[in-house]
Design a protein around this ligand. Structure first.
Ligand SMILES: Cc1cc2nc3c(=O)[nH]c(=O)nc-3n(C[C@H](O)[C@H](O)[C@H](O)COP(=O)(O)OP(=O)(O)OC[C@H]3O[C@@H](n4cnc5c(N)ncnc54)[C@H](O)[C@@H]3O)c2cc1C
Length: 466
């Protein structure tokens, strides 16, 4: 039995439905509400934020998912609007270590630093300059990121620069990731300039001419953790905008759209909307019935690869760790055959992540190359991790605090051939006017990319329903 909410279909502006209360959906809801539109956010979980979840326990502050994000100018403008102050990563976190030959080596952060760095051989350094002589090139087909970067900079840069970076961002396989979809700026740089280095120099020059800063956007969080952002977005929505524990179970396209949602304690509810925004992961999109006969037009998205990732937060007394932890963290190239993908030095990055006299580390394992290491039980995983932490960072003894979060489907892989998923999304939107799909499945996986995706979805919703 269904209950149909009473909505006046003749009213000038029906509300807009947003399915998914992660950062993408909340950013879209915020923008639409600011424009005076009535929004309804449906979130299946008992809380908002999606992948973003902060826990504060006994003086430890830990992030279940993302730990920080890049404060792009657009993200900074949104925080200003929300009256939310970000905290920048500490200058003490400037070093980014990469493990080579069993020890963490600081990654170079400037061209002179690169020439002096022990991370790369002299041959690799000379090979890098070959990039300067490359001519603009239109590749007929997409190419794997590892092959693309090898063709510009050689294989050592791939093994000790690209691959650990890809592990840290995508938990992915640089061989399988599509250059066009995972790093479009590299693809475009080659087309316009040939050389990636010359493209970077030209980009910096153009920025200076426009009076813009050429420094990279700062890495930030909030004093009380990343969840402050979804909380702030939600707090500014009008009362009644959000339904928690509300799983959307079906959509019927039309004008108006009919949306069915359910909650344990309620009979299924039907509401009507001018348009519907889907800000969901691939598995949820794939299984969502969209159509009068329960059709699943996005079923093909079930084939998007989403590897599991385990995030293990470990707390130690300061004296248990001999490494100075003077950096952002340590990335581990697959060639080093270690258990972690990377280790974040949380208590160096931001203040108040560990009680006085203690340090906090987050060890990421799993990903496309070693999914088994995300699925291990706590005890065997800890045994493996302890060995690597002892050898790489001089960590001794048992952690005094531990929390583990496992993401069975962490991050979508924009692998070669990803355009078939993008095309499927675009075709579904075209077949269902009023349906808008975006977020980490389509617009980029980082938090700022998801915030930008929310803004874009809101703009499209108002254009299609002025
Ligand atoms: C372990 C990990 C580490 C990361 N680290 C970083 C980092 O350091 N920096 C960074 O910038 N990014 C990082 N990311 C990426 C970033 O966190 C995500 O891409 C981003 O948070 C995704 O937001 P979203 O709103 O698009 O999706 P989600 O956060 O997945 O939100 C989607 C929401 O939809 C809900 N939902 C699903 N089905 C339904 C339904 N039928 N009805 C209603 N609701 C439904 C879900 O419960 C969920 O809350 C990380 C991600 C992970 C997993």
């Amino acid at each position: 039995m269904y209950s149909l909410s009473s909505v006046d279909n003749s009213s000038a502006q029906l509300p807009i439905a947003i399915i998914g209360g992660g950062i993408t959906g909340l950013a879209a809801a915020h923008r639409l509400a600011r424009q005076g539109r009535t929004v309804r956010v449906f979130e299946a979980a008992p809380r908002l934020g999606g992948n973003i979840r902060t826990e504060i326990v006994d003086g430890w502050l830990l992030e279940a998912g993302p730990n920080s994000f890049q404060l792009t100018p657009a993200a900074a403008a949104l925080l200003d609007e929300l009256g939310l102050s970000a905290i920048a990563a500490s200058p003490a976190a400037k070093n980014r270590y990469i493990v080579r030959n069993g020890r963490p080596v600081p990654a170079p952060s400037s061209p002179p630093g690169f020439l002096k760095s022990p991370l790369f051989s002299t041959a690799a350094k000379i090979r890098l300059f070959g990039d300067l002589f490359r001519r603009p090139r239109q590749r007929p087909v997409d190419v794997g990121l590892a092959d693309f970067v090898t063709s510009h900079f050689g294989s050592e840069l791939v093994d000790y620069g690209l691959r650990p970076f890809v592990s840290g961002v995508y938990a992915g396989d640089a061989q399988k990731l599509s250059t066009r979809h995972s790093f479009p700026s590299l693809w475009e740089a080659e087309q316009a300039h040939g050389s990636i280095i010359r493209a970077q120099l030209a980009g910096a020059k153009a920025k200076r001419a426009r009076g813009e800063s050429t420094r990279p956007s700062p890495i930030v969080s909030f004093a009380d953790g990343l969840e402050a952002l979804p909380r702030a977005l939600a707090a500014r929505l009008p009362a009644g905008s959000v339904e928690l524990n509300a799983r959307v179970t079906g959509l019927a396209p039309g004008q108006p759209w009919k949306l069915t949602w359910s909650r344990d304690d309620l009979e299924p509810q039907i509401e009507t909307f001018a348009s519907v925004i889907l800000a969901l992961p691939a598995s949820a999109l794939a299984s969502l019935p969209i159509g009068p006969m329960g059709e699943r037009p996005l079923a093909g998205l079930a084939d998007v690869e989403y590897p599991p990732v385990s995030s293990l937060f470990l707390g130690y007394k300061r004296e248990q760790v001999t490494h100075p932890l003077d950096g952002f963290g340590m990335l581990v190239p697959p060639a080093e055959q270690r258990v972690p993908l990377g280790v974040l030095f949380n208590s160096t990055l931001f203040p108040h992540r560990a009680p006085e006299g203690h340090v906090a580390l987050t060890v990421m394992t799993g990903g496309v190359l070693r999914p088994d290491l995300a699925r291990l039980e706590d005890a065997p995983l800890l045994t493996l991790v302890r060995k690597d932490l002892a050898e790489l960072l001089g960590v001794q003894g048992d952690p005094v605090f531990m929390r583990r979060n496992v993401w069975p489907q962490a991050i979508p892989q924009y692998n070669l051939g990803y355009e078939r998923f993008i095309d499927l999304i675009a075709r579904t939107e075209a077949a269902c006017p009023g349906l808008l799909i975006g977020g980490h499945i389509r617009d980029g996986i980082s938090m700022p990319a998801c915030l930008a995706a929310g803004e874009k979805l809101a703009a499209r919703a108002t254009t299609s329903n002025p």
